[in-house]
Design a protein around this ligand. Structure first.
Ligand code: ADP
Length: 159
């Protein structure tokens, strides 16, 4: 059975993340979305909220699971008996960071492959951080996230 993990902050999950996850799920028997469970002041949502939003977003996609994890991504991959890490690449900023992380991960777990999928054109500009900024300034983000995420985001930034 082919298994891949798709790790990230998912703060919150966007249609850009979902596009990568649904495409990756066609390449593997099982895809596990791994939500970083790390204390980070920049995060808007708790780990439980991020996991719940991601779970709701993949309801109906039977070979995608959502779990949180702490510690090294490669350790999470090993525990999940995954053969690959999936990441999404947007046009400019992502490559350098992914390349550095991939080199380190290769050292730590040489058998694990990195599979990068190019972001679809309509989501090239979309990041959770820009999304949060737009939402906090009252911008309309409804067509960038699933409906339940838009509601959660509006409730969160309103406080
Ligand atoms: P991280 O904190 O690890 O960057 P993110 O939740 O921001 O976690 O992103 C997780 C993964 O999804 C990363 O590989 C990131 O490049 C990718 N990603 C984020 N937004 C998009 C998007 N709009 N299109 C494609 N991939 C994306």
């Amino acid at each position: 059975m082919t298994i891949a993990i798709y790790p990230g902050s998912f703060d919150p999950i966007t249609l850009g993340h979902l596009d990568i996850a649904t495409r990756a799920a066609k390449l593997f028997d099982k895809l596990i979305i791994g939500v970083y469970d790390i204390p980070d002041k920049r995060l808007l949502f708790t780990t439980a909220e991020r996991v719940e939003m991601a779970r709701q977003a993949v309801t109906g996609l039977p070979n995608i699971e959502v779990e949180s994890f702490t510690g090294l991504t490669v350790a999470f991959a090993k525990k999940a008996t995954a053969q690959a890490i999936v990441r999404g690449l947007r046009m400019s900023a992502d490559f350098d960071r992914e390349f550095d992380m991939a080199m380190m991960n290769k050292r730590l777990f040489p058998e694990l492959e990195l599979v990068c999928l190019m972001s679809s054109l309509e989501y090239q500009f979309l990041s959770s951080s820009l999304l949060k900024e737009a939402a906090s300034l009252g911008g309309n983000i409804d067509d960038l996230v699933p409906k339940h995420v838009a509601v959660a985001l509006k409730n969160k930034v309103r406080r």
